[in-house]
Write a protein that binds this ligand. Structure first.
Ligand code: ADP
Ligand code: MG
Length: 600
């Protein structure tokens, strides 16, 4: 016998909603701060007791609420932020669901005190009263939630220790402080001020604030970004690959000022760092993506930390290209006082003609650089690049009387140290180069370029590999057959549920054909496109580059060393080797003077 259906009482409805929105104290703080930001506040003070479980209070100097709206603010589905479907499709505010305050009020003792600018005094309402009472409060709002989950013991038991819960709150505040440099934030716990961030008004104060929040290293070792294209704007700071983290703990990506976690975004960033980051390391960044609110759906999840882009592919490629370019542009510049750890950010400018080098190279070095895919028949094995190339020896010796104006950024070689490092002198002082790491990057970039200009040859498999797939996968393979072909992968459909791999890119001829195809299709399903072939080939090229680069303990002539220095200057991503290690560094005269306690 079925149970009878009945409508739930409103308190219970709110408590159910609270299950989604108010997971723990930090989630309450998040909702309250978002409301303060939506009210235009530029000063937000947060006070908590006992990890927020005993008390959470958020006070702001925003525009406040009208007396008549106090009770409504605590009612479910009541909001001042959207009025129509049209508004919902272009959300400009942090909130819009009208769920946070009633949810919080249903699981705690809530007090809302607010004064609107034209009101003679403030008004106050509590979750259990219906009529507001007069109160004292400046223009703005204070919301207090006491005894979280006092009426839901099961939820309360799930809370962690006071310390853990406070840790989450503090992290939440830091995120807002990074997201909104123009707003002052203050956090007090058990009567002690734990955190305070003054509003920043210009680049310098913004950087000071970032330094306080994320550390000086992040600020000095990151590149500023500001790129606009096709209605998308990406700005912020991207740490160089040499400043990577063992944890993904310094990754802030904001979409229209909202911190989000998004697959499309993450994929684009990972791809941009693909061959400059050491395995298992995580990039660090603070990036703000701004776009027309109509292009992004934030109404995907109750806590609004997920978004859906209307043009995911466009957004992906824009982020990827911007970051990829920023990392590629990192090259030594004449005025740069230091290498990859410089505090100044080099900008890209063509090198002065005085030291632009275009001389012929020795045959062996040239052969490495010219190495391309074999262009002969598909079944021929590709010729290997020559073994360790020797660097050009027929290059003219440096102009000994180079003036600072004609001095190349990395200067001229002085000597080789223990067969590993090149010592060079430039305008600022001493340059140290890890010759293997540097040469590896140069070779790798050349190999990639060579591949990009020629079609990728494929190699037929003696025994074609049949792969059982779903109808969806078969479909996708059909749609991408031509693309696969240009990358050297020949795939045919032989029945509704099976594909056959007939040829592989020659450079990946030893790869597991079935695994490669499955991985490619999985990428296509998840991302709508795939770069796995590209990634795998880069992996192979990177390995080749490593093996064909100058090994340690090889003696180089001064001319060879200078040739290598000039190549570093003109190669993309030359600041790091393929594994993310730095390739060169600068020791300035000042640093040397300091070392020898030498005043000048
Ligand atoms: P939402 O933010 O989704 O609209 P909330 O339940 O968080 O829903 O808040 C309900 C309404 O209360 C808001 O739409 C806003 O009008 C008002 N409100 C809440 N907090 C504040 C505040 N700090 N300052 C001014 N108005 C506020
Ligand atoms: Mg809200």
């Amino acid at each position: 016998m079925p149970n009878r259906i009945h409508t739930l009482p409103s308190l219970l409805i709110n408590q159910i909603a609270a299950g989604e929105v108010v997971e723990r104290p930090a989630a309450v703080i998040k909702e309250l701060i978002e409301n303060s930001l939506d009210a235009g506040a530029d000063q937000i003070d947060v006070t908590v007791q006992q990890g927020g479980i005993r008390l959470m209070r958020v006070r702001d100097n925003g525009h406040g609420l009208y007396q008549d709206d106090l009770a409504l603010a605590l009612a479910r589905h009541a909001t001042s932020k959207v009025a129509s479907l049209d508004d919902l499709e272009r959300i400009n505010s942090m909130g819009f669901r009208g769920e946070a305050l009633p949810s919080i009020a249903s699981v705690s003792h809530l007090t809302l005190t607010s004064r609107e600018q034209t009101a003679a005094h403030a008004w106050q309402i509590t979750s259990d009263a219906t009529e507001p009472k007069p109160a004292a409060h400046p223009v703005g709002t204070t919301i207090e939630a006491r005894d979280l989950f006092y009426n839901i013991p099961a939820r309360r038991r799930f809370l962690k220790t006071e310390r853990t819960e406070f840790g989450h709150i503090e992290q939440m505040l830091r995120r807002f402080a990074v997201a909104r440099p123009e707003v002052s934030f203050m956090l007090q716990h058990n009567g002690r001020t734990v955190f305070s961030a003054e509003a920043a008004t210009n680049d310098a104060t913004c950087n000071q604030r970032l330094t306080a929040l994320l550390g000086e290293q992040f600020v000095t070792q990151s590149l500023p970004l500001d790129q606009t294209a096709a209605g998308l704007c990406l700005h912020g700071r991207l740490a160089r690959a040499t400043f990577s983290r063992s944890q993904a703990d310094m990754q802030y990506f904001f979409v229209n000022q909202r911190l989000v976690r998004d697959k499309v975004v993450n994929h684009a960033i990972r791809q941009a760092f693909q061959d400059v980051l050491y395995q298992g390391r995580h990039p660090a960044y603070v990036l703000f993506l701004t776009l027309d609110p109509a292009w992004v759906d934030v109404n995907v999840h109750p806590t609004k930390q997920e978004v859906r882009f209307r043009e995911g592919r466009l957004v992906h490629d824009f982020i990827f290209r911007t970051l990829h370019q920023a990392l590629a542009d990192e090259r030594p510049q004449p005025e740069t006082p230091a290498g990859p750890t410089a505090t100044e950010i080099p900008t890209v400018a063509p090198p002065p003609a005085a030291w632009q080098v275009n001389e012929p190279r020795t045959a062996a070095y040239q052969a490495t650089l010219d190495w391309q895919q074999p262009s002969t028949s598909a079944t021929t094995a590709p010729s290997r690049p020559p073994e360790p190339p020797s660097l050009g020896v027929n290059r003219a010796d440096p102009e000994p009387a180079a003036t600072p104006a004609t001095m190349p950024p990395l200067g001229f070689a002085l000597a080789q140290l223990h067969g590993i490092y090149i010592l060079a002198q430039n305008a600022q002082g001493l340059i140290l180069v890890d010759m293997h790491a540097a040469h590896e990057r140069i070779t790798y970039e050349r190999l990639k370029q060579a591949r990009a200009t020629a079609d990728i040859p494929s190699q037929s498999l003696l025994v074609p590999v049949t792969v059982a797939v779903s109808a969806r996968e078969a479909d996708l393979a059909g749609q991408h057959q031509t693309t696969f072909g240009t990358l050297g992968l020949v795939v045919d459909q032989i029945s509704q549920h099976s594909l056959v791999v007939r040829a592989l890119p020659a450079i990946l001829r030893d790869a597991d054909a079935e695994k490669l195809l499955r991985d490619l299709l999985a990428d296509l399903i998840v991302q709508g496109h795939t770069d796995r072939l590209q990634t795998d080939m880069n992996q192979v090229l990177s390995t080749l580059a490593c093996h064909s680069s100058v090994r340690a303990n090889r003696q180089l002539t001064v001319a060879e060393m200078n040739a290598l220095l000039r190549d570093i200057e003109t190669t993309e991503r030359a600041g790091q080797c393929n594994h993310g290690r730095p390739t060169w560094t600068q020791v300035s005269m000042q640093a040397l003077d300091k070392l020898f306690l030498r005043g000048r």
